[in-house]
Structures are given as C-alpha cells and as structure tokens.
Design a protein around this ligand. Structure first.
Ligand SMILES: *[C@@H]1O[C@H](CO)[C@@H](O)[C@H](O)[C@H]1NC(C)=O
Ligand SMILES: *[C@@H]1O[C@H](CO)[C@@H](O)[C@H](O)[C@H]1NC(C)=O
Ligand SMILES: *[C@@H]1O[C@H](CO)[C@@H](O)[C@H](O)[C@H]1NC(C)=O
Ligand SMILES: *[C@@H]1O[C@H](CO)[C@@H](O)[C@H](O)[C@H]1NC(C)=O
Length: 505
C-alpha cells in the first residue's frame, strides 16, 4: 500500500499519542470549534487544491496524509477526511501552507494521472460520504456513520479493521470527536423493522421515536394525532385524505378565484433558482451546511429509489409554493406552510399514490406523476392562505424549472428548506426525518440525467381539475356565470386582457 505523510514540520509519532489525549479531553470544545472548519476544493490540470479554514492552530500540529484516493488532515482539534474519485500522490510539486493571518491552510496535492478530471468537487457532502462497504449486499440498509452512541465500540472496531484502517488511525478517529467520517455501521436488516411495535417513517422508513410526545407539542400539521408512532401506512393515507376533505372550503376557494388580483401578482414572479446559469457556486453557508449533514450512506432498491424521486417532487412543490408566496423571503409561517403542504410530513404518507404500472422502475409515467402532484395540489387548495389552482400549476412549473438545474440546484432548494425547518421549534423534526437525508441523497446519489428527464416530464404534465376530487370546475363556472357578475361580454374580455398584463409589484 502506498502511503505518504507530509509533516509540517516533521512530527514524530510520539507526539500523536499526546495529541490524541488532548483532543479527547477537550472533545466538547472541539465539537463547537469543528463548525469553524471550512474547506473549499478546486483543481488544475495537475493538482487538487484543498483550502481549510482553521484559525488559531499551530502549524506544527498539522498532519496531512495521502493514501491513494484518501486524503486526511489532522489539526488539533480538527479532523477531516476526504475520499476523492481518483488517486493523488505527494511529490515535489505538493505543498502545504498555513497562513496564521487568514487562518487558512492550503494543501496542494498532485494528481496521480495528469489531466484527469475530478468530478463533483463542489458536492462536499459527497466527498465526505464514504464508499459502500464490499459486503453490503442483500436487504437494503441505511448505514449510520456518525452516531454519538458509544455502545457499539466493538462493532466499530471490527468495521474499522475490515476497512483496513490501521490501529493508529483508529485511535485518532476515536479521539477526535469531531471526526467527519467515523466508520461506524449499524446495519439494520429489514426484518428487524417489523418486530418493533411502531411503524417506521421518514426517509426510507428509517426513522422512529420523533412523535412519541407529539400530543404535547404545538405540531399543528401532524394529521395522525397522538398515534403518529403507531399508525400503519394505509391508515396514514386514510387520515390524510379525510383531513383534506374536512379542511376543503369552497368559499375560500371561490373567493380566491373571483378576486385574484394578489394571486396574479404571485404568478408574475420568477424563482431566482429557476434561472439556470453556468456559474453555479454554493455560498459559504451552503458549504458549511453540507459539511454538517449527517454522515450516512443510503442503499436503496430500484423501487425505493423510484419512490424517492417521486417524494422529492412533493418536497420541491411545497418549497416552490413557499418561495412563490413569500417571494423567497421566509416568514415565521414558512415552516408551517412547507410542512402542511407535504403529505410525507403532515401524514407521514409519501408517494407512490398509485401503483407503478410498468416493471421498468427507471421510467416515470404521466399518471403516476399526475397522482403525485394531485396530492400536493389538494393540500395547496385546502390549507394555506392562497388557494388557487393557477398558483399550484405555477408551483409545478417551478418544480420543473428547479429540476432542470440538476443535483446542485435541487440540493440548494433542499438546503433552504432545511434552514427554514431547522429554525422552527416543532417542525425541525421534518428536517430530521426527511430533509437532511434528502440533501445527502441528492448530493451523493441522485442522477442529473434522471432529474432532467423528470423536469421535462413535469413541465409537460397536465394535472386535471377533476382529478383533485372536489368540484373545482363547477365552482369556477359559478363565478363566471354568477348573478353578481357583470355579464356584458365586452367587459368580460377586457377583464381577461387586464389579467394577462404583468402586474406591478
Ligand atoms: C464552496 O465550496 C466550493 C467547493 O469547494 C468552492 O468552489 C466555493 O468557492 C465555496 N463557496 C464559497 C462562497 O466559498
Ligand atoms: C474510498 O473510495 C474507494 C473507491 O473509490 C473505496 O474503494 C475505498 O474503500 C474508500 N475508502 C474509504 C476509507 O472510505
Ligand atoms: C448511493 O451512493 C453510494 C455510493 O456513493 C452507493 O453505494 C449506493 O448504492 C447509492 N445508493 C442509492 C440509493 O443509490
Ligand atoms: C431520459 O430520457 C431519455 C429520452 O426519453 C431516455 O432515452 C433516457 O434513458 C432517460 N434517462 C434516464 C436516466 O432515465
């Protein structure tokens, strides 16, 4: 095994042990400091340059190691490990420099193969995401890689050994509480899930225990009441549909349909992320959030992956509705809006909403996409302040536009959704059970090609008013032909023309 170590300056092995103890004893402090660690990565023809923000460290404490694709930096109290797509080497052209003034450590590593392009260097969470373990076959599992739990030490040890880490590295890993990629696996084969009394929910049905005390919280969107933990999936769907029917308010819908001046204003707005640009770059805050995502690796079957893409559409729809109605300026109600509009949140009832007809799970059929959006439309017409079919259609068009930006833009939207939810006392749970995992999955697993195909399909989809389940067309006809409406046809057409003009904001 090729293994090289850059020492700045030469650091003797014995010092490492001391360092480990120091890190160990201050792990609480280092936990906080770790959020200060920020890196950016870029590449040239011959090298990869990693820039790490680590203020107030001693250059003598820096240890960097390069082992094929694996790059790690240990700087008391920081520890960072990245696994690149191609091999790097340390040679005369490699360098590492720490600037105490700016607090940046800049490491330049040489590409083993000159000119080789390293893809996705901006998807930081993907670099941090470990590769699948060789023996992971069979039942789909989620591997939790950052558990705070110490009960699995023996297992960790075993996993670490099987992954070929030396004992010394393992000591560093254990010592550094802020490790970014602690190899720890808690494989949970599917059968185990059904032994439990509760029904799991959330991303890949991997979560439980978040709603045990839901009756004592101010969760206004939860449609399953105190039974959220125990509710089986078919009951969740039944309660969701019943609650939507109960909240559906014809008068509210008619009022928004008849007097739609403000809605026209909302329709005239363009989503800033929907504008595709070649200059895409994540902000520093986005970079930091990506680095702090839970370290998990998802192993999903083709069917689960298919359903995740459908669920993603419902998340993006709620996000689009929230953005459009606040013009991307979130309000204290925003977390409620997003949660109330997402069936997977409020009723823990994600798609599919109709059986997938064909056996080719890489395809999305128009009826299943329509059923997915119809569920979102129903909520957009039954719960929030502005209840308009045209507005729901505009949000669907936004989803198509956002999808066309691929993983990067979709992850940006999810990160924004996460920020809104994380700032709410109650609805942050929906980040925990859905959005965090979705951010990670989109960055590490989603395919740009699939997202772009979905974009095309969603853009030309037609969601029929009659598929919503309420008498929308009849109600709208009442407004058009209503007795309190001026029936003079000239006026009518003027009105139509006026509506089509852009509305000043
Ligand atoms: C975020 O990280 C990427 C990838 O390392 C980098 O190119 C970009 O400049 C970073 N953004 C900011 C604002 O620093
Ligand atoms: C890094 O990625 C390679 C595949 O590109 C994999 O074989 C290796 O096990 C990974 N290393 C770690 C420590 O995750
Ligand atoms: C996610 O990506 C990892 C490798 O990056 C892969 O092993 C895993 O199978 C993928 N999971 C899904 C659900 O596609
Ligand atoms: C995207 O759509 C094209 C055209 O319908 C199809 O040939 C291709 O296989 C699709 N790609 C994926 C990844 O679904």
């Amino acid at each position: 095994m090729k293994h090289s170590t850059l020492l700045l300056p030469t650091l003797i092995r014995a010092l490492l042990a001391v360092l480990c103890h120091a890190v160990h004893s201050q792990h609480l402090a280092s936990q906080q400091l770790s959020s200060g660690l920020f890196e950016s990565i870029c590449q040239t023809e011959v090298s990869v340059i990693v820039s790490i923000y680590c203020p107030s460290v001693r250059a003598s404490d820096v240890e960097i190691s390069v082992d094929e694709t694996l790059f790690s930096v240990h700087i008391n109290p920081y520890f960072l490990r990245l696994n690149f797509s191609h091999a790097l080497v340390e040679d005369d052209a490699s360098s590492a420099a720490y600037d105490p003034g700016s607090g940046y450590l800049t490491v330049t590593l040489t590409k083993e193969v000159r000119g080789q392009e390293f893809k996705d260097l901006d998807l930081l969470a993907k670099l941090l995401a470990p590769r699948p373990s060789q023996q992971a076959h069979g039942a789909p599992i989620i591997e939790v890689l950052d558990s705070q739990d110490t009960a699995n030490d023996a297992e960790d040890d075993l996993v670490a050994r099987t992954q070929g880490l030396s004992l010394e590295q393992q000591e560093i890993l254990e010592a550094a509480e802020n490790d970014w990629q602690l190899p720890q696996q808690l494989p949970e084969p599917l059968p185990a899930l059904h032994i439990r009394a509760e029904h799991r929910y959330g991303f890949l049905d991997a979560h439980a225990g978040y709603f045990t005390h839901v009756a004592h919280t101010e969760n206004e969107v939860n449609e399953l009441g105190a039974d959220a933990e125990a509710c089986p999936p078919d009951e969740r769907r039944r309660r969701r549909l019943a609650h939507e029917d109960e909240k559906w308010d014809e008068e509210h819908y008619l009022a928004d349909f008849a007097d739609d001046e403000y809605i026209q204003e909302l329709l005239a707005w363009n989503h800033p992320h929907a504008i595709v640009s070649d200059e895409f770059q994540y902000t520093e805050e986005e970079n930091l959030t990506m680095l702090r995502l839970p370290r998990k690796e998802y192993l999903a079957s083709a069917r689960q992956t298919h359903d995740l893409y459908l669920t993603l559409l419902t998340l993006l729809f709620s996000y689009a509705y929230e953005s459009r109605t606040t013009q991307c300026d979130p309000t204290p109600e925003s977390a409620w809006t997003i949660s109330a509009l997402t069936p997977a949140f409020s009723a823990l009832d994600p798609p599919p909403y109709q059986p997938h007809p064909s056996s080719d799970l890489s395809k999305f059929t128009a009826p299943e996409l329509a059923a997915t959006f119809a569920a979102s439309y129903r909520r957009a017409l039954a719960f929030p302040l502005y209840r308009s079919f045209a507005l729901a259609d505009a949000c669907r068009a936004d989803v198509a536009a956002l999808l066309s930006g691929g993983r990067r833009v979709v992850a940006r939207c999810l990160l924004e959704m996460k920020r809104i939810l994380d700032h709410h006392d109650v609805y942050y749970v929906y980040s925990k059970i859905w959005v965090d995992d979705f951010c990670m999955w989109v960055l590490a697993n989603a395919s740009d090609k699939v997202l772009q195909n979905l974009s095309r399909d969603v853009a030309c989809l037609r969601v029929e008013k009659k598929s919503i389940g309420w008498d929308l067309q009849e109600l709208e006809a009442l407004v058009r032909e209503g007795p309190n409406r001026d029936l003079d046809s000239d006026d009518e057409s003027e009105d139509e023309i006026e509506r089509m003009l852009p509305v000043p904001l």
